[in-house]
Write a protein that binds this ligand. Sequence first.
Ligand SMILES: C[S@@+](CC[C@H](N)C(=O)[O-])C[C@H]1O[C@@H](n2cnc3c(N)ncnc32)[C@H](O)[C@@H]1O
Length: 231
Amino acid sequence: MRAETAYHDALGEHFAARATGGTYNAYTDRPAMLELAGDVRGLDVLDLGCGAGHYAAELVKLGAVRVVGVDGSETLLRAAQQRLGGRAALHHHNLEEPLAFLADQSFDLAVMALVYHHIDARAQLLDELRRVLRPDGTLLVSTTHPTSDWTYFGGSYFADDRVEFPVGDGLTINYWRMTLQKFLGEFLGAGFVLEELVEPRATEEARLVDPRRYDRTHTAPTFLALRLRRP
Ligand SMILES: C[S@@+](CC[C@H](N)C(=O)[O-])C[C@H]1O[C@@H](n2cnc3c(N)ncnc32)[C@H](O)[C@@H]1O
């Protein structure tokens, strides 16, 4: 089934390029999340909404023993396949549906970078994550920062609705904006334990390549990243 929120065709190509060299993905979200991951050597890792495989490639390089990527976009999975060349197992799947093809307690770490806010069936997805993670396993999640959405879209901070965000080249993405209380509450309510919360800022490298966006991420929050433990 073609997942409506997955990044197809032109949007897929656009995101793949952004993920490679864009300040927000390559220099802000990804370095912060990989730091939160800590030592991944020898781990079985699930990358949900793996996109063009940038996280998966890093995780393999950092010593993860098995990396499984899941995404609903054929466009991005093709890019991931090219990037990874068989070093990760890739699955085309709509995250609105259960992860029936993954065994119980088969992963030490799950990464869900900039994906969760696209999903309607989030309670089901969290139940599935609890099922496939081993006890004491780790879940890393990043999302758009609630205050960034509030600043951009205006209205009430407490609005809980799907919004349409322009990403350039005439393309838009749509996702749920959530308050901090709602976002965090969904994970705690599903039984995960919060270990660390980070508001990532662009790395020093970005100051040289993209000073304008570097400054922006150091002035106002862009993303939120969590490390959670599955008890
Ligand atoms: C902003 S991109 C992030 C990709 C990757 N995690 C990264 O950070 O490079 C969001 C990803 O979520 C995927 N996605 C969104 N909704 C989905 C769904 N319902 N099922 C499967 N994948 C979905 C998109 O196709 C896209 O690859």
